[in-house]
Structure formats: C-alpha cells, structure tokens
Design a protein. Sequence first.
Length: 100
Amino acid sequence: MCRGLWRSLKYEEIYLHAYATVAEAKAGIGAWLDFYNTERQHQSLSYRTPQQIYQESAQPPIKHLILKGFDIDEVNGRLIRPAVAPTAIGADIETGRVTP
C-alpha cells in the first residue's frame, strides 16, 4: 500500500506541478495528502477513504451480544488460548550429538 501512495503522489501531484519554492511544494503535497486521505476512494478499501476506515475502526467494540440464545461472552469464555512454548528454540537439542 505504501508503494501505491508514493506512486500516486508522484503521478497525481508532483509531476503535474512545477513548484517554485519549497513552501509551495509543502502546501501542494499537504493538500494532496489531505485529499488522498479524506476524499479519494481506494479500490483496495472497497471504494472507501482511509479516513472512513479509520473512523470505523475507532468505534468502540460491542460489549455484549445475544442473538437467539447466542451469548458472545459465553463463546469468548470458551476460546482456546494460544500456547506458549515453555523453552527456547533448540533447547531440547543435546550437545555433542551428531545430526544424521
């Protein structure tokens, strides 16, 4: 995605404008970045803007959900927790032994 950002910035803004000063370049690029994040729809984001995605992800999660006897808190209580390896990788290898 980052590669797409820089490519879009170059082709949609930088290559189209001959900035006379650094201040002009900062203002033009800043305005384009604002447009890119708030107005420009992105195919990879299902034709939504990055700002829309951010706002959707910033919504507080649903704390409790019951659908026809389905209790999300009960299901979450049954989830299997990921296992943690009790030893470091290779700790079970015996020293002085030749590997076949």
